[in-house]
Design a protein around this ligand. Sequence first.
Ligand code: PLP
Length: 440
Amino acid sequence: MQRRLVQTAIPGPRSLALQKEREGHVSGGFGATVPVFVEQASGGIIVDVDGNQLIDLASGIAVTSVGASAPEVAAAVAEQASRFTHTCFMVTEYEGFVDVAKALARLTPGDHEKRTALFTTGAEAVENAVKIARAATGRQAVVVLDHAYHGRTLLTMTMTAKHVPYKAGFGPFAPEVYRAPTAYPFRSPVGPERCAEDALARLTEMITTQIGADRVAAIIAEPIQGEGGFIVPAPGFLKGVQDFAREHGIIFIADEIQTGFARTGTMFASEHEGIVPDLICTAKALGGGLPLSAVTGRAEIMDRMAPGTIGGTYAGNPVACAAALAAIGVIERDDLVARASAIEGQVLPRLRTLAEDVPAIGDVRGRGAMLALEFVVPGTTEPDPAAARAVAAHCHSEGVITLVCGTFGNVIRLLPPLVIEADLLADALDVLEQGIRELG
Ligand code: PLP
């Protein structure tokens, strides 16, 4: 049984010494949510260099769904690394790449014929999805949503909504990226019931009047918006966007980089919305902790490009492919889809009860093991980022790793590894609850 253990201040003396060392050598552009240095991690626990055992409610931002040292992943990595670490798939090929493509064809929504292109990071998958959509349609415009997050490269930071810290000072941005309204029930100008219909009407009007639907190559959406605040779109919104895209020959891309691989209580979050994306971007949990990303989509779109037009030196690295196959094996064998639903069943009712008592909690939302609390000035919908920061700071000092997100920085998000033990999660929730009650 794993347990939380806080035996020094967080960060402890060894972490503080390493932090000082880091400051002299590592770019100041990197932040650190909890500035502890890690010795070992598994299941729901991260052990730091001072011997503290922290409960992990972050999973390295939705990556280590099967745990940070799952034996199956570690063994597959070691076995593959002992045979070869790299050839470059564009020079000489290997089976692991094809096997990951096969697994993605089987697991992603829709029973149409599919092809996959593997890359390394999430941003690279999104960049390539846009390239593929432009090549397939001969059109240039790309439509993204309010509160979207798609990465930190030039194109993907342009596609990302939030100014600080993702865009400020980093312009000029990429051309032909247009932002449309999203359906954010808690902040809908017409209320949650009419939210989907209203957002869809504004999105379609924006596209037809400001861009021209026949100029749009792709509309890209996260089925639950991640960095933007764990925004679950109002029911029917994404289906409406997909139908509009189909009607106008626009490629509909789902960015399932954060939501994919059992995280939301289905293998992919698109399934909750009844949508079948033309292209789907995956990364994070796909690689079981190693860097691997993918674009999977309709064969007729994916095969439109000539050989040599997409790729990358490390695209679909063989060690990362071996890790992915092992991680997918664990997700399926241990039914982590059901485990994510069980986490929702354990956490969501508790957060909802707490929200009835605490007026600073404006909204509780999420699916599966992707859950969040939005903090507001009591009695209003005015975002209260200081409250979210105070709760996170309490959790960190008590040995629970939580992340803050949201366009307004006022959302605490919970992303535990899907293999976390129920008792450990309950302990983390006790700490979180204490931090929230201390807000007064
Ligand atoms: N898209 C979504 C929805 C994400 O959550 C992220 C990362 O958080 C990305 C894209 C970018 O992925 P990466 O950081 O691997 O480039």
